[in-house]
Design a protein around this ligand. Structure first.
Ligand code: FES
Length: 234
């Protein structure tokens, strides 16, 4: 059952993400911006975060940014384990033989490219901060301070993505690696301890943050299509 669920959910996420990126509409309802399009960097955005590309970019603005968080997720150590087991049966589980008779693991092309994960970590690091910025902007309704259900959803999404990113193995290595005597680096030791505690829950953060992104996008999309209106708390 577990591989089946993993295959189903990950495939659905990739299909949904690709679909919304290419459909390229209904991703902004003032003041909510879908996380699939944030930051929006071209003039053809429904709401540009920073118009860095101007009119030079004629395709969906999601395509400018999605490769970074997507690459980060696809090369994540946890997701690798999940999809090696479920999609490739390599191996299907602990102490169960591989589907294929030979095993090269990540020592050869193409899987050796998974090592880029440590660089994707740096590329993905700004995204939770940008999403937090979006969530803070979602406290303004036509110039007035306010809060709607969408504000909370965007806020939760930014926090979950932050937890997923900071619990990454590469983050743990960044703060605690490269030294043999952590006892002589008290700040790094403390950060490493914090990162280690988060890292123990990396799998949970990986799944919850995945659903967080989906729910945030779906919420904005349904609002944009007038399926319901955003409940306002004040
Ligand atoms: S190990 Fe999962 S995001 Fe880095």
């Amino acid at each position: 059952m577990e591989p089946l669920v993993t295959v189903g959910v990950l495939s659905a996420f990739v299909v949904y993400g690709t679909f919304v990126a290419f459909v390229n509409t209904d991703y902004f309802v003032d003041p909510y911006l879908s996380p699939f399009f944030s930051p929006c960097l071209a003039s053809n955005c429904e709401e540009a975060t920073w118009d860095l590309f101007g009119t030079h970019w004629g395709f969906s603005p999601a395509l400018l940014i999605l490769p970074f968080p997507l690459g980060f997720r696809l090369t994540c150590y946890y997701y690798r384990k999940a999809y090696y087991r479920s999609f490739l049966w390599s191996p299907p589980a602990c102490a169960v033989s591989d589907f294929r008779s030979s095993y090269t693991g990540e020592t050869k092309f193409p899987l050796i490219l998974q090592n880029v994960h440590r660089y994707f970590f740096f590329l993905a690091l700004p995204f939770p901060i940008i999403l937090l910025y979006d969530a803070l902007r979602a406290f303004r309704f036509e110039g007035e301070f306010g809060m709607g259900l969408g504000t909370l959803i965007l806020l939760a999404n930014a926090v979950l993505l932050g937890l997923y990113t900071l619990s990454c193995h590469s983050c743990r290595h960044l703060v605690g690696g490269g030294t043999n005597l952590l006892s002589q680096a008290p700040i790094r030791r403390r950060l490493w301890g914090l990162s280690t505690r988060l890292n123990a829950r990396h799998m949970q953060y990986a799944w919850i943050s995945l659903f967080g992104v989906l729910i945030a996008d779906l919420y904005v999309r349904l609002l944009a299509n007038g399926v319901f209106s955003d409940p306002r708390f004040f």
